[in-house]
Design a protein around this ligand. Structure first.
Ligand SMILES: O=C1O[C@H](COP(=O)(O)O)[C@@H](O)[C@H](O)[C@H]1O
Length: 237
């Protein structure tokens, strides 16, 4: 694969400033969607990195009642579990002004992501895609969404021509079973952001983009080298 030229990096020395800048950027995208189509759809990652972003974004003034928020991936645990990405979104993003937004969860309460797949797929299929914005994160192992190295559905999830909107994912490094939007679903977006913190991840990202060493096989490389959507990396230490 040829490295995409469509990757721009916005570096900040202060993570709070980074979060504010990205929140303003996303809010602008949502406002544009509301003005143009009367509704807007946002997909966000979970994990620990987006906490400040969610806090900032939740205070942006816009008509959140016409915004649908979903996740790029989910850990297959109940909403009450502290590992739940839905729990994170509900507690930090869907508050303040953004409390009026609708949330579309991926977790269904079924016993496994396989058992919940049809329901989760229907939920995503009912969204008025393309997304107005997708916010990805990245783990130390080069995973993004739940595209984990060695994941049992990784090749299918990264297939740019795949037709599944959502797939289960099991991987040794994942901690628990997962469900994830697939790459072609995530790329149905008007704006794609990759939120990254720390020097280790910055270097990992640079290696993944260029295909250096072990980073050649990091799943995030599929996002960095695709040619459909520009990627805006937001980095802080
Ligand atoms: O497990 C996950 O990890 C990634 C990265 O999380 P972080 O804690 O390193 O920020 C996250 O993007 C993904 O949504 C989540 O399910």
């Amino acid at each position: 694969m040829t490295p995409s030229l469509n990757v721009t990096t916005h570096s900040f020395t202060d993570c709070r400033v980074q979060a504010t800048a990205l929140a303003e950027r996303i809010a602008g995208r949502l406002r544009a969607g509301l003005a143009e189509r009367g509704n807007a759809v946002l997909a966000v990652s979970g994990g620990s990195t987006p906490k400040q972003l969610f806090e900032q974004l939740s205070r942006e003034q816009l008509d959140w009642s016409r915004v649908q928020v979903t996740l790029v991936d989910e850990r297959w645990v109940p909403d009450t579990d502290e590992r739940s990405n839905a729990r994170l979104v509900r507690s930090l993003l869907l508050q303040h002004a953004a409390a009026a937004a609708s949330f579309v969860p991926l977790y269904t309460g079924d016993a496994s992501p396989e058992a919940g797949l049809a329901t989760a797929s229907a939920r995503i299929g009912a969204l008025p895609l393309p997304f107005d914005a997708v916010v990805l994160g990245m783990g130390d192992d080069g995973h993004t969404a739940s595209f984990f190295p060695g994941g049992d559905h990784l090749a299918e999830a990264l297939d740019p021509d795949g037709s599944a909107p959502v797939l289960p994912m099991h991987a040794a490094g994942a901690g628990e079973p997962r469900i994830t939007l697939t790459l072609p679903t995530l790329l149905q977006t008007r704006a794609l952001y990759l939120l990254v913190t720390g020097e280790k991840k910055r270097d990992l990202l640079a290696d993944a983009r260029l295909g250096i060493g072990a980073a050649r096989d990091y799943p995030v490389r599929a996002v960095l080298t695709q040619q459909r959507v520009s990627v805006a990396v937001y980095w802080c230490p």
